[in-house]
Design a protein. Structure first.
Length: 412
């Protein structure tokens, strides 16, 4: 019985000893303390702060347009008998260069006829003037003769009263005085008539002079010349074609006044106007043709007549310097336009990646120091800002997800 009890308790005794041994081993083992976690150091890039005035470059796109273009039309009627050597589609012509000639025969004949009529009218004028002058001189002589005749009549009249002359002598004297008075009156009437004829002839001569000038102008219009230097487009005339009055002949596009038309937004327009006005502002126009690049200096001339409702912006025109028929420029070319934006006073220029809404981080004592800033403008991929930052400090331009105040950094 005793052996049976020992046999039953033995497993429990062994288990108790094992548990006690394990507990003793656990309690007596050495304790290993965990090491403190190391603070992560972030490698960042930074830019040194410089506070200065800055005017960004506005990069815009536009199109070349001609300062002037006109459709030349026939000013007289007739067949084309000759054209200029550059009278071709796309031809370049200089100011005053001959484009085409309309048959001048009829217009030269009209001019000759008008000139002959004018010469006849002038000769007639000379004749009337001479007769008028002659009548004036004759009137002077007749007036003198009348004075003598009247004196003789008065003398004979006195003698007749005394009975020393006959009645016949008295009557003859009175008749002579009357005839001379009539002659003087006739002379005066003739002078008046000749004066009126002179006025009429002056008017006729003036009218004929106008006719001669008109005929001379029509004759000159048989030769069509370029009113300014440029390029020819849409040619509608050839030798042998009969032109009617006002028929279109060719379109001429001016080459010496090429302009770049480009669009600015409402905000850009406002800044340009506020920053010293738009007119007279310098610009650079770049035209890329294949692998070649052409650069032209330009001056802003004007803004468009209206603001576009869709964009709220306005078209601006800049006149290119050095354009002309010897340049490869043509209307319609797509160009880049660069001009100075508003001049921002005392701003910091920094990469846009450095700006976190209204905050930037300054590298100070190896840690991120947040500063509140105000973004006042843009310059391409950069931001222009003002805030409590001292010149020479370094603004962190690297971004990372865990970025926050006080984080340890290393600037490289």
């Amino acid at each position: 019985m005793k052996k049976k009890m020992i046999k039953t308790l033995l497993p429990f005794v062994i288990l108790a000893v094992a548990v006690s041994s394990a507990a003793m081993l656990v309690s007596s083992r050495p304790v290993v303390k965990p090491e403190a976690a190391r603070e992560k150091i972030w490698t960042v890039a930074a830019t040194t702060v410089a506070i200065e005035d800055y005017a960004p470059d506005l990069k815009l796109f536009g199109q070349l347009v001609a300062g002037r273009e006109t459709e030349l039309r026939a000013l007289v009627v007739g067949p084309v008998i000759r054209t200029g050597e550059n009278f071709v589609e796309g031809g370049t012509v200089k100011s005053g260069e001959l484009l085409l000639v309309i048959d001048p025969f009829d217009y030269r004949a009209v001019l000759d006829e008008r000139q002959a009529q004018l010469a006849e009218a002038r000769a007639r004028m000379m004749e009337i003037t001479a007769r008028h002058t002659s009548e004036i001189e004759s009137l002077k002589q007749d007036q003198k003769q009348l004075d003598l005749t009247m004196k003789d009549y008065e003398r004979i009249k006195k003698l007749q009263k005394k009975g020393t002359v006959s009645n016949k002598r008295f009557d003859d004297s009175r008749i002579a005085e009357s005839r001379q008075s009539q002659l003087v009156s006739t002379r005066k009437n003739n002078i008046t008539a000749f004066s009126a004829q002179i006025d009429q002839q002056k008017a006729a001569t003036k009218r004929l002079e106008v006719g001669v000038r008109r005929a001379r102008r029509d004759l000159a219009r048989t030769k069509l010349r370029a009113p300014f230097s440029g390029f020819l487009l849409t040619k509608n005339a050839e030798v042998g074609k009969r032109l009617s009055l006002n028929d279109p002949i060719v379109k001429l596009v001016e080459a010496d006044n090429m302009q770049a038309r480009f669009h600015v937004s409402s905000s850009q327009y406002g800044r340009l106007v506020a920053g010293g006005g738009l007119k007279g502002r310098k610009a650079e126009v770049v035209w890329r043709a294949g692998d070649r690049t052409f650069r032209y200096q330009a001056i802003v001339d004007r803004a468009g007549a209206s603001i576009q409702a869709a964009s709220g912006g306005v078209d601006v025109y800049a006149i290119l310097k050095g354009s002309g028929i010897d340049q490869p420029l043509r209307p319609g070319a797509f160009v880049e336009v660069s001009l100075k934006d508003f001049n921002y006073k005392q701003v910091i220029r920094v990469a846009q990646t450095a700006v976190h809404t209204d905050t930037v981080y300054v590298a100070k004592d190896g840690r991120l120091d947040p500063r509140k800033v105000t973004v006042v403008g843009r310059a391409g991929e950069d931001a222009l800002l003002r805030g409590p930052i001292v010149e020479g400090e370094k603004i962190v331009v690297t971004r990372f997800a865990e970025m926050g105040p006080g984080m340890k950094i290393e600037v490289r």
